[in-house]
Design a protein around this ligand. Structure first.
Ligand SMILES: *[C@@H]1O[C@H](CO)[C@@H](O)[C@H](O)[C@H]1NC(C)=O
Length: 509
């Protein structure tokens, strides 16, 4: 009876300990030893300050066992670390906090490891054991409930507090985010080790709610763009009006497409919807680029030949990555932008471009050869619409049609850049494409007459022929502007041509 009592106490203690570790109130001891399926060198074991994980997955009908160490810093959010979650029917995952505890073989979903240290069969359990078995889970449940209520109230208080003061409250996010981590570290960690599509939603929300807005930097049809501060660094915050919930959702969804991250596509950080009782604030947080849009940049500055090639090549690289489909589990679908223009491209500090505003983009599901949303006929900016979009002859069943329409718009952007190129002391003033042929804010009808009926295109001046770089740019533009979409260049082709040009002209990217 004495040993039974001890066992019960031990079991209770173990439950409590596991619970405490689970909610992150005490630090798990250093150098926890775990089994490790991919550590041949160190004898199939590893050491960690975090947790041991065992997981069993079914891949193409085959059962695969993985045992690994998880570092403490990756155990976010606490209580339900993303690395420890099972996926119904596919993946059974178990995290634990004692030496070699991940040696278990998970097979049955929700399978609990056998209690090796419990003697006897369930039939021979004494009353104390039974009490422990029944009281243990009840105790755990009550504790979780109390902790839950406490955390909820704490969160509410902080949230209300922040709403009132609108200042950064550092007391809340320490639970989730190590204090010394910058956003870049966080995103780097997760895009290299995780799914490759960005921060977990929970972290996104925490980041978004600790941003302090500084100044408004732009207004658009969807809402406003602000510069904000997060841990001393600048971020851009696009705030959608609540009417635009669908645009917000769509843009966040596109930015979180797996493997989308690229140096020439605007870096997405977080999406958040704050409900303050009367209305919902919809935020999209991204990297901040102080030069602003290519449109602003070209209005302010002329560019050198080198500067022009850098802008053009980086824009082509970004678009090529967007358009490209990468096959495999870590692959990415092809994406068409559908609203490419100089106002939707940002200029980074190093003079290269980042493509932004993916709210109208469409993704291609190659397995079913379908497009992920029903695309409506004419979206985007009228001035930049391809001829087949203006006269509604575009074949919307065919994904490549949208890519070809993007290329047409890229050609117009190239024309805007090339006009500002300072070669031999000459450069032109900034103008929008078709500035001389249509009024400001042209109607679709006005654009169609010029682009489809009269088949006019922006003027490529003769003097561009005397400079190799401008000659090449002029040639690319013309090949982007064909009335027949299928005849246009691809983004990859443009990227290759401009790479050659950049080598020839000795441009350092
Ligand atoms: C886990 O590691 C321990 C100690 O090295 C070893 O005895 C055990 O067999 C391992 N378990 C599995 C399933 O590999």
């Amino acid at each position: 009876m004495r040993s039974d009592g001890n066992l019960a106490v031990m079991s209770l203690r173990r439950t409590a300990l596991a619970l405490l570790v689970l909610i992150g109130l005490i630090a798990p001891g250093d150098a926890l030893k775990c089994n490790c399926t991919n550590c041949e060198k160190s004898g199939y074991e590893c050491e960690t300050d975090g947790a041991c994980m065992a997981s069993t997955s079914y891949i193409k009908g085959q059962e695969q066992h993985v045992r690994i160490c998880i570092p403490r810093e990756s155990l976010i959010p606490p209580g339900q670390p993303i690395y420890c979650l099972s996926a119904e029917g596919v993946l059974n995952t178990h995290c634990c906090y004692t030496d070699y505890c991940n040696s278990v073989d998970l097979q049955v979903p929700n399978g609990v490891p056998k209690h090796e240290s419990w003697p006897g069969t369930p039939g021979s359990w004494g009353p104390v054991e039974l009490v422990a078995v029944i009281a243990g889970p009840v105790f755990v449940f009550c504790l979780l409930l109390i902790v839950g209520v406490f955390l909820f109230q704490h969160h509410q208080r902080n949230y209300n507090h922040r709403q009132r003061l609108d200042v950064e409250d550092p007391s809340c996010d320490h639970l989730y985010l190590a204090k010394d981590k910058t956003l870049q570290d966080l995103i780097f960690d997760l895009s290299t080790s995780g799914s490759g599509s960005g921060l977990p939603l929970f972290v996104q929300r925490t980041v978004a709610r600790t941003i302090v807005l500084q100044e408004i930097i732009g207004k658009g049809r969807f809402g406003e763009v602000w510069r904000g501060k997060w841990r001393g660094g600048d971020v851009a915050v696009k705030i959608f009006s609540s009417r635009e919930e669908r645009s917000w959702f769509r843009e966040a969804e596109i930015y979180q497409t797996i493997m989308l991250r690229h140096e020439n596509i605007l870096g997405f950080i977080a999406a958040d919807n704050k409900d303050n009782g009367t209305w919902t604030q919809l935020w999209l947080v991204s990297d901040y680029h102080e030069h602003g849009s290519l449109f602003d940049y070209l209005n302010h500055y002329s560019v050198t030949i080198e500067g022009m090639i850098k802008l053009a090549l980086s824009a082509a690289s970004g678009l090529a990555h967007l358009h490209m489909e990468i096959l495999g589990t870590q692959g990415k679908p092809g994406i068409a932008h559908r609203d490419l223009k100089s106002k939707n491209i940002l200029v980074k500090k190093n003079g290269t471009c980042a493509i932004a505003d993916l709210g109208l983009a469409v993704r291609h599901e190659s397995i079913t050869d379908t497009i992920d949303i029903a695309p409506n006929q004419r979206v985007g900016t009228k001035r930049y619409m391809a001829p087949e979009v203006l006269d509604e002859t575009i074949n919307m069943k065919h994904f490549d049609s949208f890519k070809c329409a993007d290329i047409y718009a890229l050609g117009l952007v190239y024309w805007e850049i090339a006009r500002r190129c300072n070669a031999g002391g000459i450069h032109e003033e900034y103008q929008l494409p078709y500035y001389d042929l249509v009024p400001s804010d042209p109607s679709i009808e006005e654009m169609r007459k010029v682009v489809c009926d009269q088949r006019l295109r922006p003027n490529v001046p003769n003097w561009w022929q005397s400079y190799e770089a401008l000659r090449v740019m002029g040639k690319i533009m013309r090949e982007c502007w064909y009335a027949n979409g299928a005849a246009r260049l691809t983004a990859l082709r443009i990227k290759k041509t401009l790479s050659q040009l950049s080598v020839q002209e000795d441009v350092k990217m």
